[in-house]
Design a protein around this ligand. Structure first.
Ligand SMILES: Cc1ncc(COP(=O)(O)O)c(C=O)c1O
Ligand SMILES: N[C@@H](CCCC[NH3+])C(=O)O
Length: 421
């Protein structure tokens, strides 16, 4: 359930008409619902209420400081992959002691900063990184808490670009190498192995791959314990899918109980790194129809050119992502009913938000692209010298600008022309 609903034919975000948001902040604009984010976080948290757990929201899904602040207030931890995400969480009021740091290429300065603020755990993705974190920690005179991100070699059955748990993927440490590396880590004075981590992919719509991965990781934990290496947490990553079109992913409660059941009575804290399932349906991208290019005959392509583009939302172009596109006010200006391709102004054939959608459209109509709260704004770029969209958070009947639209001056900041004659 989310908080974007129609009242008398007009789309609302909580108690605010989406058309009012477009009028005040122009378009394209991302709109988030505080109530939906809150609800999603609580449902997840309550599903795990019986077990010692920490929800570490994956900042890559939505790094807006307003969004992070709301989640921090709800008690969320965070999964970060860069010092940029770390600073965002700190600025938003997140607790460094509830941050886990993932990613295959952590730089020395990123490790230093994470140690300085005292994060909960580094999820180490390679042998070389183990040595690097040990060296930095020793130099700073501290001990770094670590997990190995183990690659359990399971097929997440998702889009190949967002599958991460196969041997052929760049992520994590092969599970067969893990025992030797834990033994090595335990010997290194700058490291304290406290957990094990995995993340097999994103937008998973069945429980089977999670079960496979967790079973393999638990077997590893038991083998390590037999060799005197006692870990205190298991981090199962993120990856739970959402419904964009007609998918029927497990509910957070089904997912949580499946994992809790597998843990049994082991004295392990459960860490999760959900991103999409918390944020995707808490956001929409609002865009305006610039002009229509209907085909000459019914069977031709019909294009509705809107003011949002692949630089604002790249999922359709990059992963064949399917997003529902709905009118903000049905038949606002009458218009033409066709199977429209909703395309942006960018000079790329892949610049579409949706294809073949039966809608009645006229110039100036507002449209909402649904399920855009995760991997929407965070993947936006300035391609074609387009300023990135504004972001607005609705709380009840109030709209708050949580990020102003970029200006053309923002886009040119720091660049200069050389004095060639
Ligand atoms: C290490 C890690 N953790 C968590 C996530 C969040 O995944 P999702 O948004 O699918 O929950 C990702 C992205 O897939 C990731 O790479
Ligand atoms: N960006 C992806 C998910 C990536 C997950 C990152 N590990 C998407 O939009 O579906």
């Amino acid at each position: 359930m989310d908080h974007f609903d129609y009242r008398d034919g007009a789309l609302y975000a909580e108690d605010v008409p989406v058309a009012d948001i477009a009028e005040r902040f122009s378009t394209p604009t991302y709109v988030y619902s505080a109530a939906t984010l809150t609800r999603h976080y609580r449902v997840f948290d309550e599903a795990l209420s019986g077990i010692d757990h920490e929800i570490c929201f994956a900042v890559k899904a939505n790094g807006n400081i307003g969004v992070l602040g709301l989640l921090a207030d709800l008690g969320s931890g965070f999964d970060i992959v860069s010092v940029g995400e770390l600073e965002r969480v700190i600025t938003a009021g997140g607790d460094p002691a509830r941050i886990v740091f993932s990613g295959v290429g952590k730089r020395v300065d990123e490790i230093e900063r994470a140690l300085e603020v005292g994060i909960a755990c580094f999820n180490v993705e390679s042998e070389a990184e183990l040595a690097r974190i040990d060296a930095v920690a020793q130099r700073l005179g501290v001990v770094a808490p670590i997990s190995l991100r183990v690659n359990p070699d399971v097929d997440a059955q998702t889009h190949p670009y967002i599958s991460t748990g196969l041997k052929e993927n760049k992520f994590g440490i092969a599970i067969e190498r893990a025992e030797a590396l834990y033994a090595e880590a335990a010997e290194r004075p700058g490291l304290f192995p406290i957990g094990v981590d995995c993340h097999i992919g994103s937008q998973l719509t069945t429980l089977a791959p999670f079960r496979d991965a967790v079973a393999r990781i638990l077997a590893l934990i038991d083998r390590l314990a037999a060799h005197g290496i006692e870990l205190s947490h298991i981090d199962v990553g993120g990856g739970l899918g959402v419904c964009y079109r007609d998918e029927t992913p497990p509910t957070p409660a089904e997912y949580a109980s499946a994992i809790a059941e597998m843990l049994g009575d082991r004295p392990l804290k459960l860490i999760l790194e959900p991103g999409r399932v918390l944020a995707a349906n808490a956001g929409i991208l609002v865009t305006r129809v610039e002009l229509l290019k209907p085909g000459a005959s019914e069977t031709d392509k019909h294009f509705a050119v809107v003011d949002a583009a692949m630089n604002d939302l790249i999922r359709p172009a990059l992963y064949d992502g399917w997003h529902r596109v709905v009118p903000v006010k049905a038949n606002a200006h009458g218009g033409q009913t066709r199977a429209w391709d909703i395309v942006g102004p960018i000079c790329e054939t892949g610049d579409f938000l949706a294809q073949g959608r039966k809608l009645t459209l006229a110039e100036d109509d507002l449209l909402a692209v649904r399920t855009a709260g995760a991997y929407g704004f965070t993947m936006a770029s300035n391609y074609n010298a387009r300023p990135r969209a504004a972001e607005v958070m609705v709380v009840g009947d109030t709209m708050h600008e949580v990020r102003a639209r970029e200006t053309l001056a923002d886009l040119m900041r720091g660049e200069r022309r050389l004095p060639f004659t």
